[in-house]
Write a protein that binds this ligand. Structure first.
Ligand SMILES: [Zn+2]
Length: 78
């Protein structure tokens, strides 16, 4: 019986394990399932974690300390 088979299957493994990954992160090899965040740049697949890291690498680093010092100086000037 199909219903009985389904029940047995659920006992053996969680629905999470039964899902088939759609993609695999090219950076960390993490399997990406339906509904997961997934990004692609120049045919490279990124999971959300690696995308964050990638963005931090390519993004311009802003010197927040200098920005704050400038703000403070402007306040003092007024
Ligand atoms: Zn990754």
């Amino acid at each position: 019986m199909a219903a009985k088979y389904l029940n047995n299957d659920l006992h053996l493994e969680s629905p999470e394990n039964k899902r088939t990954p759609i993609y695999k992160c090219d950076i960390c090899d993490k399997e990406i399932f339906e509904g997961n965040d997934c990004y692609k740049i120049a045919d490279i697949i990124y999971c959300s974690k690696c995308m964050d890291a990638h963005l931090q690498i390519i993004a311009e680093t802003i010197d927040t300390e200098a920005f704050l010092v400038k703000l403070e100086n402007e306040e003092v000037g007024d």
